[in-house]
Design a protein around this ligand. Structure first.
Ligand code: KG4
Ligand code: ZN
Length: 340
């Protein structure tokens, strides 16, 4: 079965064709990053307008690269939630119209479940259920038990900022570049992770053993900025800030993740989302030889249509269909929480 997957939840306008849930025939990602970079963040109105302009060409290119016409497709999948509402609406509406006009089955996809599916797009990377999922992106930081491709139980989540958001905000304040994750990751390689001691949140009492928090770390790192700006008088190397921040950000995740692994007895961890590209996170997890850690290939860590087509296949082959009046939604309940 060949499925067209469409992804437009944020600032990547993406489409892909995947065969039988694992064989990627094409994967086209048109990034809007240069258009948002000068604002140091995604401007939702610009994002949705650009998706509107690009989506037709991106889908055509995905079909061309796969060497297929629309008559060769067996179904269409598109991200419906969570994400920026205006952006989601473009890809979702396009996909519905595309499927309806050609009489193809259509399925609406949860973006975070698609990120979790992404490692399965690499040959031999499939993990047996159940496993622990680590979903880390610009909008989410979720530790979950995964019983099937469509069945996750959130064990812990962020109570404020997402981990990727913290990378992006720190980078914005220090002027490292946008989006921050890749810049900080690169700078950190030349830095000393012990140069600064940033605070770890103490959340792990009572009902919140696996939750994480990033607003305290973000504020502490940003407060160092004054020293950074006056670095003629005080020696503060940007590389050291990046390395110390990155280390703390990753250790916050790992503390909850390792605790969850111990408590659940699950020894396989599958990571997904843009922050799963982080080299320090990957190397720290590689040290745990008692755990099997599965990461998506780098090209499938960030937003892409292949993960949407891949998980879409799993639903469609089971006979699931979404009605054409399915709505886009910015949030998914339970993926973020706040203390009362
Ligand atoms: O999954 P994604 O492409 O979009 C969302 O669904 O949010 O994730 C984007 C996030 C951004 O916050 C970006 O800074 C972060 O992933 N990111 C990274 C790295 N590459 C991207 N964070 C840390 N290290 C990286 N190498
Ligand atoms: Zn994403």
């Amino acid at each position: 079965m060949k499925i067209l997957g469409i992804e437009s939840s944020c600032d990547e306008c993406a489409a892909a064709v995947v065969e039988d849930g694992t064989r990627v025939l094409s994967n086209v990602v048109a990034t809007q990053i240069p258009f948002h970079a000068k604002y140091n963040g995604v401007v939702p109105e610009i994002a949705s307008r650009m998706h509107t302009e690009w989506i037709d060409g991106v889908v055509k290119e995905a079909l061309e690269k796969a060497g297929l016409g629309s008559a060769d497709l067996d179904g269409v999948a598109a991200t419906a939630h969570p994400g920026l509402l205006g952006s989601l609406l473009v890809g979702l509406s396009f996909a519905k119209a595309f499927a309806w006009a050609r009489g193809l089955p259509f399925i609406a996809i949860n973006h975070m479940l698609a990120h979790l599916y992404a490692p399965q797009l690499a040959p031999g990377a499939a993990a047996e259920y159940p496993f622990l999922g680590l979903l880390v992106s610009g909008g989410h930081s979720i530790i979950c038990r995964v019983d099937d491709f469509d069945n996750i139980t959130v064990l812990g989540t962020t109570i404020d900022d997402a981990v990727g958001e913290a990378f992006d905000k720190v980078s914005k304040f220090y002027g490292f570049g946008y989006p921050g994750g890749a810049y900080i990751d690169k700078l950190a390689k030349a830095g000393d992770p012990t140069a600064f001691r940033f605070p770890m949140p103490s959340l792990h009492k009572g009902d919140h053993p696996y939750d994480v928090s990033y607003s305290g770390l973000k504020t502490a790192v940003i407060n160092q900025l004054d020293q950074f700006r006056n670095r003629n008088t005080v020696t503060v190397r940007p590389e050291d800030i990046a390395a110390s921040f990155q280390k703390t950000a990753v250790e916050i995740l790992l503390r909850s993740l390792f605790r969850a692994a111990e408590d659940t007895g699950l020894s396989t961890i599958v990571a997904g989302g843009g922050v799963a590209a982080n080299s320090y996170l990957r190397s720290r997890l590689a040290e745990r030889t008692d755990l099997r850690c599965v990461f998506p290939p780098l090209e499938f860590c960030g937003d892409n249509g292949a993960m949407v087509a891949g998980i879409g296949y799993r639903y469609l082959v089971r006979g699931d269909r979404s009605p054409l009046n399915v709505v886009a939604s910015a949030r998914v309940q339970g993926f973020k929480k706040r203390y009362p």
